[in-house]
Design a protein around this ligand. Sequence first.
Ligand SMILES: *Cc1c(COP(=O)(O)O)cnc(C)c1O
Length: 457
Amino acid sequence: MTAPPNRVKAMRSLPSVERLALALGPPHELAVRAAREAIEARRDEIAAGADSPPNASGDEDALTDHARAILERLQRPSLRRVLNASGVIVHTGLGRAPLADGAADAVAVLAGGYSNLELDLEEGERGSRQSHVVAVLCDLTGARDALVVNNCAAAVVLAAASLAGGREVIVSRGQLVEIGGSFRMPDVVEASGARLIEVGTTNRTRVGDYSRAIGPETGAILRAHRSNFGLVGFAEDVEIEALCELGPPVIDDVGSGALDAGMPALASEPAARRSVAAGAALTCFSGDKLLGGPQAGILVGTAEAIEMARSHPLARALRIDKLSLTALEATLRLYREPARARAEIPVLRMLESPREVLERRAARLVGGLVAAGAGAEVVESSCMVGGGALPLLELEGPAVAVATGALRVEDAAARLRLGDPPVIARVRRGRLLLEVRTLAGSEVEEAGAAVARALEA
Ligand SMILES: *Cc1c(COP(=O)(O)O)cnc(C)c1O
């Protein structure tokens, strides 16, 4: 079978990749890729029977526009700012905790120049990057010493490797948790070079289960917080104080942890200060969950245990980078005044947003959407904290339901993701919801405009 003559003609009239790429301008390599993609798409259209006037200048203009749009997409940074209307406060897919303004400013100042990262300015000698956060961490938790690394997973591996490498680590079967992002307690212990000794059962572990397992090969007892699920009913765990009385060093992985004991919403998160006071050798927690800072893994504990972790060869491989450290120091400083921390750290502010604030935000968002021609109304909803923290806490409040017309809600949500800026909405019970708890007050107008644009496109 031969193609109809007008199709052949249309194919022949397509410009060469090279000519189209030159018309697009630099960078040439990406322009060639965009030109090839646009021409191939046009070929497919023609082959499928979409006849258009061969070589008409309108056709060539459309092809160039398409190629230019592809080039723009290829040139756009891959990592972009998005508006979080998902309602999940600590969303690992969206980079977990947004930084407080003060912390973001500190990063901006440090990022473009040199710093005293590892220089003792008083002595003029080589210093330690840890020196910038040790004092504040000790003050906030009551610990004797502290060490920060890349993330909490790294902190737990380093803790187990330095206290129990080559020996045994005792863990309750009820705490062999998977946190997500492939953090599985048995694998973490294995990666540290320690041997896992499981004790107790899924729902009940008692002091006697631990004490029977302790022997000459015991390196440490590891406790892991069940961050992302709850165990209710016939369940029993050993409190940190009792674990610390058993003798071997205790590693307490509190996950998100709570630094500010004053917030009711945080009541069910283990407080780092309590583990330290109980005598845990090392207490580990994340920087970018409920603490509200950058990705980081924080170890606080006894002088001896921290020294063992600090001098372990893995510590160098797991070390924190200077930008995260800068953001962490600035965030921790806010906790010296708990009221300020709650006012300025976005994660804490979102946890405690008063209903009136959310209602005003929702009303503003509806106003913006309706003015832009979209249908929207305020509805009642509830959000999760996310990020493996406070799994049982439901935060009730208003959200905005957006009318999607003939579009399926999933397709509408996809359009919002592909908009500029991308808006991450929530599909719940067949409706497209914009949760206002996770939008900053300053993002409401921008979100409304982006949603309206994406839906009318
Ligand atoms: C989240 C979590 C981790 C992992 O922390 P990252 O900072 O993501 O590495 C480890 N343990 C517990 C209990 C957690 O909740």
